[in-house]
Design a protein around this ligand. Structure first.
Ligand code: SAH
Length: 342
């Protein structure tokens, strides 16, 4: 069976042409797919024979809402999706002034092993498909009724560890016949896979790259992020500079503030030094406590911010949305796993 929704419009056109269908047929089918049909039967302007043939040769894998939590504080909605093989992943709908943003997952679990992150505790189960990624955006929009204008790849998984799928996903959501979301409205967050950052730069996409830095010194970063071991902050920052030079896009650095680990003044000073040479933006994230981890939120966020600003660094502190609904970092999936409902 062919995973029809993971095909680009060009591929779909070629595939249908091989079956003797005219070129416009692919657009017709593509539009149905992005209206959220869950069966070929619903594609009512196709002939019965074609619908039948599609049902016999192609697969649709719409996710089902396994759980949904709505924040009473700010209308944030967290979805736990059940995928067609029974695995679960999360998405979060956030309502910002600049538009509705959905945060989506790219893998079932994660193999990067960051010490503060709930998504990685049980390792990686599998990569998502392009269709499963696009469907998180589409079905969030359909279920909530909120038109989505921005996407952030900051849910469960490491996007650059599922590189080809993520690129295909970007092509799919970019398509005007699909979700029509422009690259400038998409952010991709990575724990810092240097070779993949170089590879991404070659594509020259206008998306925003967020790098999860979390510490400016190797001792701390290697301790909380195994991905740093053998690479080092210096090489990561060189890669980021190259990325900026190639794409012209300013990088955003994420920094989760952890009590007594990465929140000292000397670390703010070193961070500012590391950022010299290319425009950057630092986003300080108040740590979300994860039950399985001894790490605690820093009490020095404001002081750290001030120290960075003193060095001329552009800094923002991430506003907490959906604090009442575990709206971050694989926590809902963990909970569901622990309760054995997955
Ligand atoms: N794998 C990607 C994207 C997923 S996580 C990455 O590493 O960037 C999105 C962001 O949330 C990352 O910056 C991640 O480090 C951060 N994060 C993970 N767990 C967190 C926690 N408990 N508190 C605050 N931020 C966390």
């Amino acid at each position: 069976m062919i995973d029809i929704k993971s095909m680009t419009l060009e591929e779909l056109t070629a595939w249908l042409k091989d079956q003797g269908e005219p070129a416009f047929r692919a657009e017709q089918v593509f539009r149905w797919l992005y209206r959220g049909v869950t069966s070929f039967e619903e594609m009512t302007d196709l002939s019965k024979a074609l619908r039948q043939r599609l049902a016999e040769t192609a697969l649709l894998t719409p996710p089902q809402v396994a759980r949904k939590q709505i924040s009473r504080e700010d209308g944030t909605i967290k979805y736990l999706w059940r995928l067609s093989d029974g695995n679960c992943v999360e998405s979060v709908l956030m309502r910002y002034q600049h538009g509705n943003t959905v945060c989506i997952s790219c893998q079932v679990g994660c193999r990067m092993g960051c010490a503060f992150c709930a998504s990685t505790i049980a390792g990686k189960v599998r990569d998502l498909t392009p269709a499963e990624m696009a469907d998180q955006v589409l079905f969030t929009q359909l279920d909530s009724g909120a038109p989505i204008s921005n996407i952030v790849l900051m849910g469960i998984g490491e996007p650059l560890d599922n590189f080809d799928t993520v690129l295909r996903f970007l092509t799919l959501v970019n398509n005007p016949d699909g979700l029509n979301i422009g690259m400038r409205h998409i952010s991709l967050s990575t724990c810092g896979l240097t070779q993949k950052i170089d590879k991404l730069a070659q594509h020259g996409l206008q998306l925003t790259l967020s790098v999860s830095l979390h510490a400016p010194d190797d001792e701390t970063r290697s301790r909380i992020m195994p991905v740093n071991q053998g690479v080092g902050v210096e090489r990561l920052m060189e890669t980021c500079r190259r990325y900026f030079e190639t794409t012209g896009r300013r990088i955003s650095y994420e920094y989760a503030m952890i009590d007594g680990v990465n929140d000292a003044d000397w670390q703010a000073d070193l961070l500012a030094k590391r950022l010299r040479g290319a425009p950057a933006h630092v986003n300080l994230i108040p740590l979300n406590e994860v039950e399985e981890s001894p790490l605690k939120p820093s009490r020095r966020v404001a002081a750290f911010q001030k120290r960075l600003e003193g060095h001329g660094v552009t800094v923002t502190v991430r506003r907490r949305l959906g604090g009442d609904i575990d709206a971050s970092c694989g926590q809902l999936r963990r909970k569901a796993m622990k309760q054995g409902s997955e």
